[in-house]
Write a protein that binds this ligand. Structure first.
Ligand SMILES: C[S@@+](CC[C@H](N)C(=O)[O-])C[C@H]1O[C@@H](n2cnc3c(N)ncnc32)[C@H](O)[C@@H]1O
Length: 256
């Protein structure tokens, strides 16, 4: 959250700057040779799910929707959900019209104008399988259930109460379904009060990592599959300023 000119708190993910950044992050150019992150995450999810039922998938914190469209290459239906109404408006426009237009900051007041089409990524044929909703991952309506896969990309460290999310998300998966998480574990008080961080602090005189926190929170209902893997991503801020981060992907199977 940030304060706007009226002193009211504004959701960062509703701002022009973040809408532009996420449009480019999802549908824009590749920077510094780093593969498109939403597409790579979806491809890994599909590879991991290759021998499993690929009926329904839920993309939580879907932003402007690229991962949802990519998942629809393999899944019969994909639901994308995000708290940001502006992100969902962009994703919905992409689903309905197959194209979006946006501005990207270059330097100072200079901007570039970009149009992107699903057809450019060979995704036009799958858009009927994707539906977007604005909503809160912490209070999902009951009909958001029965998923074979739930993907939450870079979401957990943006939630007010990640433990609440992790302790209840199994209810939305079929038995044996997978929860796939990615996160750079960038804990910030503005999103998650310090008392709710899953890890990234010392406890009892020793370092307590987010991965340990995930195991602790998910342990009753999930078992971890494989080993965590690093996935880099680059978000363009301006023509001369970029964020280069490394998320960790973990895979969790709902116990049968
Ligand atoms: C760091 S962004 C990641 C977006 C996207 N998954 C990606 O990797 O590009 C976090 C996203 O989570 C969304 N978000 C934050 N809190 C949420 C909540 N309680 N329910 C649903 N979405 C939420 C934000 O609006 C934002 O789109």
């Amino acid at each position: 959250m940030e304060n706007n000119c009226n002193g009211r708190q504004e959701n960062l993910y509703e701002t022009d700057a973040l809408v532009s950044q996420y449009c480019e992050f999802h549908y824009g150019d590749r920077y510094f040779g780093v593969e498109n992150y939403p597409a790579r995450c979806a491809r890994l999810c599909c590879e991991i799910m290759a021998e499993r039922n690929r009926g329904a998938a839920l993309d939580l914190g879907c932003a402007v929707g690229r991962t949802s469209f990519e998942l629809a290459r393999d899944f019969s239906s994909v639901t994308g959900l995000d708290f940001s109404r502006r992100f969902i408006a962009v994703a919905t426009r992409m689903a309905e019209e197959g194209k979006i237009a946006y501005e990207i900051p270059c330097e100072g007041e200079l901007v570039g104008h970009v149009e992107r089409r699903l057809a450019d990524y060979d995704l036009d044929a799958v858009r009927q399988r994707v539906t977007f909703f604005s909503g809160d991952a912490l209070s999902l309506p009951p009909e958001f259930s029965g998923y074979d896969l739930i993907f939450a990309g870079n979401l957990i460290d943006r939630l007010k109460n990640p433990r609440l999310f992790l302790s209840s998300i199994h209810q939305r998966l079929v038995s044996g379904g997978l929860l796939i998480l990615t996160s750079p574990y960038t804990w910030l008080n503005e999103f998650t009060p310090r008392s709710e961080w899953l890890g990234g602090f010392t406890e009892g005189g020793r370092d307590f990592t987010t991965l340990e926190g995930l195991r602790k929170s998910l342990n009753p209902h999930f078992r971890m599959l494989g080993t965590p893997r690093d996935i880099p991503f680059v978000i363009r801020e301006t023509a001369r300023k970029y964020q280069h981060s490394i998320a960790e992907m973990t895979i969790w199977e709902r116990c049968r």
